[in-house]
Design a binder for this molecule. Structure first.
Ligand SMILES: [Zn+2]
Length: 308
C-alpha cells in the first residue's frame, strides 16, 4: 500500500535559524545550499526526483526568484524554495525550459512517483511559495508587506500598522462514512470523469473537526454521521489545505445529493467496488469508475476499509 503522501519528513525545519537575517543570508549564499524551483502550479524535477539545485545552478535559480523561503536543513544542508514566476512561458505557452534534463511536474500528479521525502519537501515549498504570492499586501491596511524570518512571516511596511502575517493553513475534514458494508462516495463536477472519493469539506470558524464532519456530511448528502473518529492528517498544498481524516458511521437520514456542491453521491458496497471499479487510479478507457489517487488520505482510508 502506498503510504500517506507528503508526510515523509526528512527536513529539519530549524526554526531557530530563521530569525536572524544574517544567518539566513549566509545560508542562502553558502556553498551547501539546495534550491527547489516553483513556477505557477509546477515544480522543477530531474531524473524522477525533486530538483534540489546545487552550486551554480542554485545561484541561477536564486537570481531569478521573486520569493525565497528557507525551508530548513536536509542532512545539515540549507534548503530554499524559490518562486520563478518572473520567468516567461515559452512562445507556445509551455513552461520555461530549464537546464540539463530538468522538467516541470504538477505535484499532485507526480507526488507518488517521487521519493517520499522529496514529495514532502516540495509540498512544504509549494505551500509557502503560494502563500507569499498571495500576501504581498497587508490584509489589515492594504500596505505592502515584506518577507521576514526566512520567509515564514510577512510584515506590513506601513509603520502605523506593522501587522505580522503568518503562513495560512486551511483545515479541511475528509471522512469515510460507512453503513455496515457500504461506503458513501461522491463525485465533484471538476473531477476527471469516473473518479469517486469520500466526502470532504472545510472547517468553519467556531467548529470542531468532528462537528465539521457531521455538518458537511449532512449538508452534502442528508446523511446523519456519528461515531466520528480521527484517523490521520495530510498536508495538501493545493493551495493550502491540511486534510484531517475521520471515519464515521451513518446514523440516519436519507441520501439527498446537494447538487450545488456535488455532481453525485452514492452508497457502494465492498462487492460493488471490487466488481465495478477499475483498479487503476485513472480512467483506463474501460469506462469503469475508479478511486482517488494512491497516496491521498482518501485512498489510504478506502484501502484500509475495503478488505473488510
Ligand atoms: Zn498593514
Amino acid at each position: 500500500m502506498t503510504s500517506l503522501l507528503f508526510t515523509a519528513v526528512a527536513l529539519d525545519r530549524a526554526a531557530h535559524l530563521r530569525r536572524d537575517p544574517a544567518v539566513v543570508d549566509a545560508l542562502r549564499h553558502g556553498p551547501d545550499r539546495l534550491v527547489a524551483g516553483f513556477w505557477r502550479d509546477l515544480t522543477l524535477l530531474r531524473h524522477g526526483r525533486a530538483l534540489l539545485a546545487q552550486g551554480n545552478e542554485a545561484a541561477r535559480l536564486l537570481d531569478l526568484a521573486s520569493h525565497v523561503v528557507f525551508l530548513g536543513l536536509l542532512e545539515k544542508r540549507p534548503v530554499f524554495a524559490v518562486d520563478l514566476a518572473q520567468m516567461a512561458a515559452e512562445a507556445d505557452g509551455s513552461p520555461p525550459q530549464w537546464e540539463n534534463g530538468a522538467s516541470w511536474g504538477e505535484l499532485r500528479a507526480v507526488g507518488t512517483s517521487l521519493p517520499p521525502e522529496d514529495a514532502a519537501i516540495l509540498a512544504t515549498g509549494r505551500a509557502l511559495v503560494n502563500w507569499h504570492r498571495t500576501h504581498v499586501y497587508c490584509g489589515r491596511c492594504g500596505g505592502p508587506t515584506e518577507s521576514r524570518d526566512g520567509g515564514h512571516v510577512r510584515t506590513c511596511l506601513d509603520q502605523s500598522c506593522g501587522a505580522q502575517h503568518y503562513p495560512r493553513t486551511d483545515n479541511a475534514v475528509i471522512m469515510l462514512v460507512s453503513d455496515g458494508d457500504k461506503v458513501l462516495l461522491h463525485r465533484q463536477p471538476s473531477w476527471p470523469t469516473g473518479m469517486w472519493s469520500i466526502l470532504a469539506g472545510f472547517v468553519e470558524p467556531g467548529e470542531t473537526f468532528e462537528q465539521a464532519v457531521a455538518r458537511e456530511t449532512f449538508e452534502e448528502t442528508g446523511i446523519i454521521a456519528g461515531d466520528i473518529h480521527y484517523v490521520a492528517s495530510q498536508p495538501w498544498p493545493f493551495p493550502a489545505s491540511l486534510m484531517v481524516g475521520f471515519t464515521a458511521r451513518a446514523m440516519g437520514g436519507r441520501l439527498t445529493v446537494d447538487r450545488h456542491e456535488l455532481e453525485d453521491a452514492r452508497w457502494f458496497s465492498r462487492a460493488d467496488i471490487a466488481a465495478g471499479f477499475s483498479d487503476v487510479h485513472r480512467a483506463d478507457g474501460s469506462g469503469r469508475p475508479y478511486l482517488a489517487r494512491p497516496g491521498s488520505i482518501a485512498r489510504i482510508m478506502l484501502d484500509a476499509w475495503l478488505p473488510g
